[in-house]
Every structure is written in structure tokens, then in C-alpha cells.
Design a protein around this ligand. Sequence first.
Ligand SMILES: [Zn+2]
Ligand SMILES: [Zn+2]
Length: 245
Amino acid sequence: MNIHVLGYWGAYPEAGEATTGLLVQTDTANVLVDCGSGVLSQLFKVCQFRDLTAVIITHHHHDHAADLGVLSYTALIHRQMGTRKEKLPVYMPSGSPVEQALEREPLIQLQRITDTSRIDIGGIDITFARTQHPVYCLAVRMTYKGRTFVFSADSSLCPNLTQIARDADLFLCEANMYDGQEDTAKHAGHLTAGQAGALAREAGVKKLALTHYPHHGNLDDLIRQASAAFHGPVERVHTLKILQV
Ligand SMILES: [Zn+2]
Ligand SMILES: [Zn+2]
């Protein structure tokens, strides 16, 4: 699997960039995971709408789902132009503010998911775990040809997250806070970089990458703080970086 980082900012995108969005690419599938602000603009640099296999949304905070309404317009235009005929499955928990718009678009096939769902997209085995966050939020585990990628989505420390990340080849974990902000992180449903590192160590993951960055401080400190707790390789991401799993 190649994981294309389309966006990595928490809350809002910095100039020319995007909030959370990933393209998980195999030899047979292109799966968009989260569709935050600015994500479609980045996505179309590496994958056209007609080539998108499915979409997964972890939760309905705007920094993970702001472009969903625009995705329904994308489907509308491509349907009118006749440039895509197959329905696009969109897997997400219920409660989206644009649910009706998605349901009305014939080219989109809405599928509700919960933490007990298990789906197969082009041979990728996908399971979920409920995280600790102010709204219903799902971490995602994807296994393809014996390799496993886990994305934390948004969460504060919780046993479910450690469990779903177990032995992953790559764990992409949110680190929205710096060490020392543990109380704020717990209250907001996020992790400090040190907590992300400790969680990755406890779960026995082989490689850690951090995402969902804050808009203040020195982002290199996130890597240092996570590395101190994890003791393994920790990657900082940037727009269109490709993480190989
Ligand atoms: Zn978020
Ligand atoms: Zn969130």
C-alpha cells in the first residue's frame, strides 16, 4: 500500500494545504480516507474522480469532512458529463450535516459504518475501533497482502486505539498537542506527541508517523517528543508525501 498524505493540519488548512485526508493506494484500489478542507484539490493531483474506488470518513468534524458536500457536487458534474458511471461507495458513521445531499446524489452510495463493521475494498480488509473523542469517531485498520496500516483518526488515550494499532507495519497517529499539554489533550479528545509515541510502543507498531498538526510551536518538537517515547522510526508528514506500507 502507498499512503499519499493529502492533508495533515488540525482544525484548518495553512495556505495551499489541507486538513486531514489520505489516499490509500494499492495496485487495484484508490481509497480516500477522510475528506477535510482542501483535500479534494490535493487528491486530484494524484487520483482523478473516475479512478476513486471508495471513501471512508472517520468522523464528522469539519477538519475531516468539510469537502464532503463538494464531493457530492463532483459526483453530480461527472455524472452529467458522463465521465463516471459506477457508483462511489462512501462509508461513514451516521450524523453527517451533508447526509441528505450525499443521499440525493445517484452516483454516491452511502454506507453507514460503526466500530463493529468489517468491509472489503478491492481486497483490503478493513476494521474499525471507536476512539475517545467528543463525537463518534472511528480509527481504521487496513490490511492488504499481509501488510497493515492503521490510522488513529482523532482520539485521546484509550485502550481501543492501542488494540487496533497492535503490530501495525505503519501507524499514522494524530499528535495535535505538545508534551506538557496532557490535560488539554484529554479534554479535547486529542493526543500529545509523547502519548502518541508511548501508545505506538505499547502497541508494538513497527513504524510511526505523526499527523493532525497544531498551528503553533515547533513541529519538529512533535517528532522529538514522540521519538523519546517510541524508540523506533517516527516520520513527519508533508503534503503529497508517500508513506509505503
Ligand atoms: Zn481533527
Ligand atoms: Zn475531530
